[in-house]
Design a protein around this ligand. Structure first.
Ligand SMILES: NC(=O)c1ccc[n+]([C@@H]2O[C@H](COP(=O)([O-])OP(=O)(O)OC[C@H]3O[C@@H](n4cnc5c(N)ncnc54)[C@H](O)[C@@H]3O)[C@@H](O)[C@H]2O)c1
Ligand SMILES: O=P(O)(O)OC[C@H](O)CO
Length: 342
């Protein structure tokens, strides 16, 4: 049996702790608030984040890092991306030095533009071969209800990824291993930005054609970004790319989709953030993604428009997939018979 800890008792941290417990891992959740820890430990419930879900009786919870992390072989991180560095600093002394650390987080750190696995490696000095990421179409409430789902687990050490995938797989959750940490992690970050765009056009009142065009062109846009930054193209057509893009863009349970819809309905960003009681990572990832895109020469027309809508500088109704062709594109298109945009 693997001893596991999950840092963060929100929707996904609690759900993934249930996944681990149901996979036979001896699992403890590290919560920030005492009442959440007590609810999980005593009543087997987390009413704030997963109302109605009965958690396994074998699942433990505490607010004490030393108790949560003692003997942990697998430590999973599920706090908002902008909080990760300070959370790591707070648990550093309690982390067993030989533990594997796995990020479940789907955001970039503002200011540094770092992925979460890079924050772990830099902040803790952890060996990259002991770090993993898990990402995929994983709407927490559906998995908490034990609806079948799957995710990708990536580590620079492919054999470690295989062992983690086997360890977290249970009767309703399947994990598939790969060694593309960059692609797997960016897949989770980038789909949030396209889900914001889809939410925005839904809020405006546009229908399925507009959403399908944004999802299709969005996949191309985020794949070009991920590949330019070192990700593998196949990852972007797998669970962590296309899979998560579909789930997040389609689901009204998605916080990013919901935040986008509120923006599309005309609510200003500060009000949207106030109304969202949970983490919508896409809002904080737009700026670091666009900064990286500029550095690496990647065109991101959809994400750029999402940024303008967030800043209140673009009417949501004007969000479009149309790209004005540059002169050289017009020439190339004419020779090739047009249609370079798939
Ligand atoms: N909810 C989902 O369906 C889902 C699925 C897959 C991945 N994710 C990702 O998982 C991450 C966490 O999302 P979530 O849905 O659990 O968010 P959430 O808002 O439901 O919960 C966040 C948790 O982090 C805790 N937290 C916040 N600041 C903290 C701090 N400074 N110190 C300690 N704890 C702190 C909160 O108390 C809360 O328990 C995000 O990156 C999200 O994109 C979410
Ligand atoms: O609710 P969201 O938008 O954070 O999406 C949740 C998961 O990332 C979907 O895989």
């Amino acid at each position: 049996m693997t001893r596991a800890a999950v840092i963060g008792a929100g929707s996904w941290g609690t759900t993934f702790a249930k996944v681990l417990a149901d996979a036979g891992c001896e699992t403890t959740v590290l919560a920030r608030r005492r009442e959440i820890a007590t609810g999980i430990q005593v009543r087997h419930a987390n009413d704030d984040y997963l109302p109605g879900t009965v958690l396994p009786a074998s699942l433990h919870a505490t607010t004490d890092p030393a108790r949560a992390l003692a003997g942990a072989e697998l430590v999973c991180l599920s706090v908002p991306s902008q909080r990760l560095r300070s959370v790591l600093a707070g648990v550093r002394d309690a982390l067993p030095r030989d533990a594997v650390i796995m990020s479940l987080i789907k955001g970039l750190e503002r200011g540094t533009q770092l992925r979460m696995s890079e924050v772990v490696i830099g902040e803790l000095g952890w060996a990259p071969e002991r770090v993993a990421v898990l990402s995929g179409p994983n709407i927490a409430r559906e998995i908490a209800a034990e609806q079948p789902a799957a995710a990708a687990v990536a580590s620079a050490d492919g054999a470690l990824a295989e062992r983690i995938a086997a360890c977290v797989t249970n009767r309703y959750f399947s994990a598939f291993a790969n060694d593309d940490v960059i692609g797997t992690e960016y897949g989770g970050v980038l789909k949030n930005l396209i889900a914001l765009a889809v939410g925005i056009v839904s809020g405006v009142g546009y229908g399925e054609n507009t959403k399908a065009a944004i999802i299709t062109r969005g996949l191309d846009e985020i794949s070009r970004f991920a590949v330019a930054l070192g990700g593998h193209p196949d990852t972007m057509t797998g669970l962590a790319g296309l899979g998560d893009l579909i789930a997040t863009c389609e689901s009204t349970l998605s916080r990013n989709h919901t935040a986008g819809r509120l923006l599309g309905e005309g609510h200003p960003l500060d009000e949207v953030v106030r109304r969202m009681q949970q983490t919508a990572e896409g809002i904080g990832s737009v700026r670091p993604v666009l900064d990286l895109a500029r550095e690496h020469g990647v065109d991101m027309p959809i994400v750029s428009q999402v940024s303008l809508v967030l800043e209140g500088r673009m009417n949501p109704a004007d969000l479009t997939v149309h790209i004005a062709p540059r002169n050289e594109d017009v020439l190339t298109d004419a020779r090739a018979g047009g249609g370079r945009q798939r």
